[in-house]
Design a protein around this ligand. Structure first.
Ligand code: SAM
Length: 248
C-alpha cells in the first residue's frame, strides 16, 4: 500500500518510522511519502494561509498550494492506480474500525492534514468531483492540526494489512473487529505470573476448556461494553445476541 501525507509539519510524521508502521515500511509492505506543502508555495514567506472570507478569527489554508501539491502527488502515481484522499477534520464522519478495514483494502491513500481553521472548501469539492474523498474525524474534540489524526488513522489501517502484525489472528478479537466483536469492547486480558500482589487470574483461563474460555471472553466483553459504551449495545441487531448474552 502507498501512503502520501501532505503537511506543513513533515517532522510531525516522524513516528511513521518506528514500531509497527516503521517495520512495515522496512519490509516493503508500506510505501510512505511525506511532503512539505510549502514546497508548492511561490512567495518569499512560503505562505499557506490567508484571512477568511466573511471575517472571523483564525486563518484558512489557501487553495493554490494544496491544488498544486495534490496534482503533483496524484500525478506521481502508478498508471491506473487511483488514490483515496483522506481529509482529517472534526466535522467529518467518525473514523471507525469499519472504515479502517475499508481503507486497508485500498491501494493508495493520500492524507491532507490541515492547520489553522482548515482548508479552503473548494479544494475538497474540486478533488471530490474526481476522486474518492473521505472527510474523517478521530473524535469529538478539536486538535490544533491534522497530523496526529493521520498518525492515528495510519496505525489503525497499517495493522490490518496482511503480514504487518506478527500474529494475523490478533486483530480479529479486538474491540470493534467486524464480526462477533463489531459492537463489543474486548474484555480484560492476563499474562504470567499467575499471582501478582495477591491478585490471581480467573480460574476458567487455566481450565484449558476452549468453549468455556470463549464464553467467558464474550461475557466479559458484554460486561465491559455495558459499563463503558452502552450506546454500542443499543445499536446492535438483537439477532446478534445469543440466549446467554441476554442474561448478562
Ligand atoms: N475550525 C475547525 C472546526 O471547528 O471544525 C477546526 C480546525 S482545527 C483547529 C485544524 C485542523 O486540525 C483541522 O482542519 C483538521 O485537519 C485537524 N483536526 C482537528 N481536530 C480533528 C479531529 N477531531 N479529527 C480529525 N482532524 C482534526
Amino acid at each position: 500500500m502507498r501512503l502520501d501525507v501532505v503537511t506543513i509539519f513533515p517532522e510531525y510524521l516522524e513516528p511513521l518510522n518506528v514500531s509497527l508502521v516503521g517495520k512495515a515500511r522496512a519490509r516493503g509492505r508500506l510505501d510512505v511519502r511525506v511532503h512539505d506543502l510549502r514546497e508548492w508555495t511561490h512567495d518569499k514567506h512560503n505562505t499557506v494561509d490567508d484571512t477568511p472570507y466573511g471575517g472571523g478569527p483564525g486563518m484558512v489554508m489557501k487553495p493554490e498550494p494544496w491544488g498544486e501539491a495534490l496534482d503533483a502527488v496524484i500525478g506521481s502515481g502508478a498508471e491506473g492506480v487511483r488514490p483515496t484522499i483522506v481529509v482529517p477534520t472534526p466535522s467529518g464522519k467518525p473514523f471507525t474500525q469499519e472504515i479502517a478495514v475499508e481503507l486497508a483494502e485500498k491501494p493508495w491513500l493520500v492524507f491532507t492534514p490541515a492547520r489553522y481553521e482548515g482548508i479552503d472548501r473548494r479544494v475538497i469539492d474540486e478533488y471530490g468531483d474526481h476522486y474518492d474523498v473521505r472527510e474523517l474525524s478521530i473524535g469529538d474534540y478539536v486538535l490544533a492540526g491534522g497530523e496526529a489524526p493521520v498518525l492515528v488513522m495510519v496505525e489503525a489501517v497499517a495493522r490490518l494489512l496482511p503480514g504487518v502484525l506478527g500474529n494475523a489472528e490478533s486483530h480479529r478479537d479486538d474491540s470493534f473487529a467486524p464480526g462477533a466483536m463489531a459492537d463489543l469492547l474486548e474484555g480484560p486480558v492476563y499474562t504470567k505470573p499467575p499471582e501478582w500482589r495477591g491478585r490471581g487470574i480467573p480460574d476458567v483461563l487455566l481450565s484449558g476448556h476452549h468453549g468455556k474460555i470463549a464464553r467467558w471472553r464474550r461475557d466479559e466483553a458484554f460486561r465491559r461494553t455495558t459499563a463503558n459504551r452502552p450506546d454500542l449495545l443499543e445499536r446492535t441487531d438483537p439477532a446478534a445476541f445469543d440466549k446467554k448474552d441476554r442474561e448478562m
